[in-house]
Design a protein around this ligand. Structure first.
Ligand code: NAG
Ligand code: NAG
Ligand code: NAG
Length: 409
């Protein structure tokens, strides 16, 4: 009997090393001074389901020539974290949302970049316009006040620009720009915490993603770390000005793109590296189907003129991702260690490079372009194919990459 309750007596306390270890462990778990990378967040890792590493990586085609590496960097240090790229009805652009909170547009060599829209009346140049520093941690405490426009789409019927802002929700601004008007900031009485991307149905309804109910954009890394699945696909109906939950329980829903005939839409789930199809019409209406397990973490999806889908992917999955996703207790301990998150992440082999991939409507892979050495692009967010050229956005760097398509090499 006595032996089964060794912690009841104080022998353990007489062992200085063990005592120190137990206290240190307790300290790490409690993190009373927020010294670990969690900084006092209510961190609750959960088990989630990613496809087996080997199965995905062995079957995924690779671009041996690393053709994305021959892309060109444009507008270097003129745009800051251009997440989404859009062109208006007259073909002007690109328009893009920046880390300093503005939506800007390229007006050609003479006029350069001009501010097109703002997402909050509180935006001021003094506070928000921090140039190349906007994509650094310096902007962190300003981001919420200045805004962070992510997904952009023009309504082809009237030239209005719809914006998914990470803090201000679904918004719209007229063809002449200016201050955007909020359309959807709440759903079922609760605030939309992290609007991410959108697409416009021909009947006027807007499908958009709300990445998490628990974390905002600044804390997006914790969504990936926890594996939490509180994200949603939402729909805003202009006639009734109401917002509806289309799908709930998603793990980092991100890009959204309607098909050419609008019978379905595709959306990405970043945490689990998946591309999904949601049927809007026909016998499978309302059903969700897996299109692909991707080699890395997907962001936006965009349609080309041929009705195919470009997916921007930050590569790659790691074997440790699979282990962590099945064993949340490891994440619970490991990420409480008092080291910088970037260091802890690097220990898990999270070196990033870029893969972009083209899918047809059936989900066949038509093209894979990689930049294996990460020379041109890292952390890509969107690929837009316009008139024989790919425009590639990035949420974290100060440039846009372009590449002729089909590639000349
Ligand atoms: C790329 O390399 C792999 C293995 O090194 C090889 O099996 C494959 O045929 C190559 N593909 C092309 C298109 O060269
Ligand atoms: C602008 O800032 C004020 C003061 O901080 C705040 O009360 C208000 O909600 C802000 N407006 C918007 C649209 O965020
Ligand atoms: C537009 O079509 C979508 C997809 O079928 C549907 O969910 C939505 O309710 C429609 N919106 C309006 C305003 O009829």
């Amino acid at each position: 009997m006595e032996k089964r309750i060794p912690f009841r007596d104080d022998r353990i306390l007489q062992h200085p090393f063990l005592l120190t270890f137990v206290l240190a462990l307790g300290f790490v778990f409690m993190d009373p001074f927020h010294v670990g990378p969690l900084g006092g967040r209510d961190y609750r890792p959960v088990k989630h389901n990613v496809a087996p590493y080997k199965q995905v990586m062995d079957s995924w085609p690779t671009d041996n020539r690393s053709r994305l590496g021959s892309g060109k960097l444009e507008f270097v240090d003129q745009v800051y974290g251009p997440e989404s790229l859009e062109f208006d009805l007259m073909g002007r652009g690109p328009y893009t949302g920046l880390a300093d909170g503005r939506v800007v547009r390229w007006m050609g060599d003479t006029l350069g970049w001009e501010t097109f829209a703002l997402v909050t009346p509180n935006w001021t140049e003094k506070l928000c316009a921090n140039g190349v520093a906007s994509t650094t941690s310096k902007q962190a405490k300003l981001e919420q006040r200045c805004g962070r426009p992510l997904g952009l789409r023009f309504d082809r019927n009237n030239g209005n620009l719809y914006i998914a802002d990470a803090y201000y929700g679904l918004m719209v601004v007229g063809p002449g720009g200016g201050l955007a008007t909020p359309l959807a900031t709440h759903v079922e009485g609760k605030p939309i915490l992290f609007a991410n991307d959108l697409d416009i149905h021909k009947n006027g309804s807007i499908f958009f993603t709300d990445t998490s109910k628990r974390y905002n954009r600044l804390d997006h890394f914790f969504i990936l770390l926890e594996g939490e699945a509180t994200g949603r696909l939402l729909r805003y109906d202009p006639p009734s000005k109401t917002t509806h939950i289309v799908l709930d329980g998603l793990a980092f829903p991100n890009g959204v793109q309607l098909s050419k005939d609008q019978s379905f839409l595709l959306f990405t789930e970043t945490t689990n590296c998946r591309l999904w199809k949601y049927w809007l019409e026909g016998p499978k209406m309302g059903l969700v189907e897996l299109v692909a397990d991707l080699p890395g973490y997907p962001d936006n999806v965009r349609l080309n003129d041929r009705g195919e889908f470009w997916v921007a992917i930050d590569c790659c999955r790691t074997p440790s991702q699979e282990i962590l996703s099945h064993n949340p207790w490891i994440k619970n301990f490991y990420f409480r260690l008092p080291f910088k998150m970037s260091f802890l992440a690097r220990m898990f082999g999270m070196e990033m490079y870029t893969v972009i991939s083209l899918f047809n409507e059936k989900g066949d892979i038509l093209e894979v372009l990689e930049d294996k050495k990460g020379e041109v692009m890292k952390l890509v967010s969107e690929v837009r194919e316009v008139n024989g050229k790919l425009w590639i956005g990035t949420v974290a760097h100060n440039h846009i990459a372009t590449l002729p398509y089909p590639p000349r090499i």
